[in-house]
Design a protein. Structure first.
Length: 322
């Protein structure tokens, strides 16, 4: 399996250095590391050049080993940069000698990677063997999905744990709706209204970008969330969980420091996806549903059910009496 890791960066030289170091340390070697820099002026390009010099095996994209491809040019935002990286991974965008890029027009192409992982500047792979362990975990997933686009049997999307780094040594593990052994995880529309699949520890098969397109560049924060909704909820693609700590996530990023804007942007997209009456039900009842789930988790559901039945009988008695 060839893995394309896409790292986007803008004026975050120190965070970028840490990210690159974690990729270079991987024991799994069939990695193509695509770095998309937005024209940084803080020395990020020097960090990339040093990384390339020290770690690139220069075997070419079909030769195996750690291959480093990078671009430094102005972009139109986070998702425009991500899309550039994915297009390079799919063989749809060329990288010029001056490390600028351009779309390849009117030519047949072959996808050059098997899976794409987005690892943004400042985020780290949690351990040197994490990519190798995730690739080996594919063998333990019994139910495989036949992808109708290219008639190959594959796991369309699989993900592991994300460790949130809050600074000062404070860490928390985000298992993203799953636990236990490797298994298929069902995500519903309700789940995506409340949250999303963590992007960093997720591996997406190349064919899904062909089938569902790239990220919506009109959105500032939630385009990956929208992509997952289209692929998983509307497209029915399967998600698989692997109980491995994959990434350490930098909580100072835009999606974590602009939570109010993130929720507003999500809701705006939901208004486009769902009929008004359905969205109104979600808005009204999602919090009580969360409360019931929490009570059931802690084995208090029976008590709540008993109280609800008593109230039902009282209301029925009151109606009959009057």
């Amino acid at each position: 399996m060839k893995i394309s890791i896409v790292t986007i960066n803008y004026n975050n030289a120190e965070g970028l250095r840490k990210t690159l170091t974690s990729v270079a340390a991987q024991t799994y070697r069939d990695i193509e590391h695509i770095i998309i820099d937005g024209g940084s002026t803080d020395g990020s390009v020097d960090v990339i050049c040093k990384y390339e010099k020290q770690n690139s095996l220069l075997l070419g994209r079909d030769g195996g080993g750690l291959t480093i491809i990078w671009v430094s040019e102005k972009d139109k935002g986070i998702y425009n940069a991500m899309n550039k990286g994915i297009e390079i991974a799919l063989g749809k965008r060329a990288v010029n000698e001056d490390h600028t890029s351009n779309i390849i027009h009117n030519t047949s192409h072959k996808s050059l990677c098997d899976y794409v992982q987005i690892l943004n500047s400042g985020d780290l792979l949690a351990a040197p063997d994490v990519t190798e362990r995730m690739m080996n975990a594919l063998d333990s997933i019994d139910s495989l999905n036949v992808n109708s686009l290219n008639d190959t049997i594959c796991v369309p999307i699989f993900y592991g744990n994300m460790i949130r780094d809050f600074g000062n040594g404070k860490l928390s593990r985000d298992i993203c709706k799953a636990e236990g052994e490797a298994h298929e995880v069902e995500w519903t529309m309700y789940d995506f209204i409340k949250g999303t699949v963590n992007h960093d520890p997720t591996y997406i098969h190349r064919s899904l970008y062909e089938k569902y397109g790239l990220y919506d560049e009109n959105l500032k924060i939630c385009s990956d969330w929208k992509w997952f909704v289209n692929a998983v909820v509307l497209g029915g693609e399967k998600l698989y969980y692997v109980p491995i700590d994959v990434t350490i996530f930098d909580t100072t990023g835009i999606s974590e420091t602009n939570l109010e804007f993130r929720e507003k942007e999500r809701h705006t997209e939901l208004e486009k996806m769902l009929p008004t009456a359905i969205l109104k039900d979600y808005d009204t009842w999602h919090f009580p549903v969360d409360q019931m789930k929490r009570l059931k988790k802690h084995h208090l559901w029976g008590l709540v059910y008993f109280i609800e039945r008593v109230l039902f009988k009282l209301e029925k008695w009151h109606i009959l009496k009057n």
